[in-house]
Design a protein around this ligand. Structure first.
Ligand SMILES: [Zn+2]
Length: 164
C-alpha cells in the first residue's frame, strides 16, 4: 500500500481488527520509509444482488449464465454468432439492472431476450419463445409462428429457413 505521506510502498501492518460485525477489516500500517502511520480498510466488494422470481414464485439469484444457456440452446445451428448472443445478454442485463432494484420476474427476462432475438433470427426467436412462454399446446406454438411469419412478410425480410 502506498504511503499517503511519502509514496513509498513499503509498510508493515502494526494492528489489524475487524469492525461492523466482521464486514470490515481495519489495518493500521506503518511506513517503513518515513515511519508515519496510516489506516486502510478492507471489505468485500459490493456485489450486484438481483433475485429472479420464477413462475412458481420461488426466488433464485440472478445469473447471466442462465440467460446465455437459453440463448445458446435457441440459436443451436442457427447463423447467430457468439458475439451476437453475448451482445443480447449484455443488453438485457444492463436493462434489468437499470430497471429493477431487487427482483425481476423470470418472464420479464424472457420477454426482453425474446424481443431482441426476434430481430436477429426468427427461428431462434420461436424456439426461445416456446421455452419461456411455455406454450400449452401445438396451437399456441403455431400462433406464434404465424405471427412471426406475418411480420416477416410485412417486412419482406429474406427467408429465414425452416423451423425445425
Ligand atoms: Zn511514508
Amino acid at each position: 500500500m502506498l504511503c499517503p505521506f511519502c509514496n513509498a510502498d513499503q509498510d508493515k501492518v502494526i494492528d489489524s481488527r475487524s469492525s461492523e460485525q466482521g464486514k470490515v477489516i481495519r489495518r493500521r500500517r506503518e511506513c517503513l520509509e518515513c515511519g508515519r502511520r496510516f489506516t486502510t480498510y478492507e471489505r468485500v466488494e459490493e456485489t450486484i444482488k438481483l433475485a429472479v422470481v420464477k413462475k412458481d414464485g420461488t426466488r433464485v439469484p440472478y445469473m447471466k449464465q442462465k440467460m446465455l444457456d437459453g440463448l445458446e440452446a435457441a440459436c443451436y445451428k442457427r447463423p447467430v454468432s457468439v458475439a451476437q448472443i453475448q451482445e443480447i445478454a449484455d443488453e438485457v442485463e444492463e436493462e434489468l439492472f437499470r430497471t429493477f432494484e431487487r427482483e425481476v420476474d423470470s418472464l420479464e427476462i424472457g420477454r426482453q431476450v425474446a424481443q431482441r432475438l426476434k430481430n436477429v433470427d426468427q427461428v431462434a426467436y420461436v424456439r426461445y419463445a416456446s421455452v419461456y412462454k411455455q406454450f400449452r399446446d401445438l396451437e399456441d406454438l403455431l400462433d406464434e409462428v404465424k405471427e412471426v411469419m406475418e411480420s416477416n412478410a410485412t417486412l419482406d425480410t429474406p427467408d429465414q429457413g425452416k423451423l425445425f
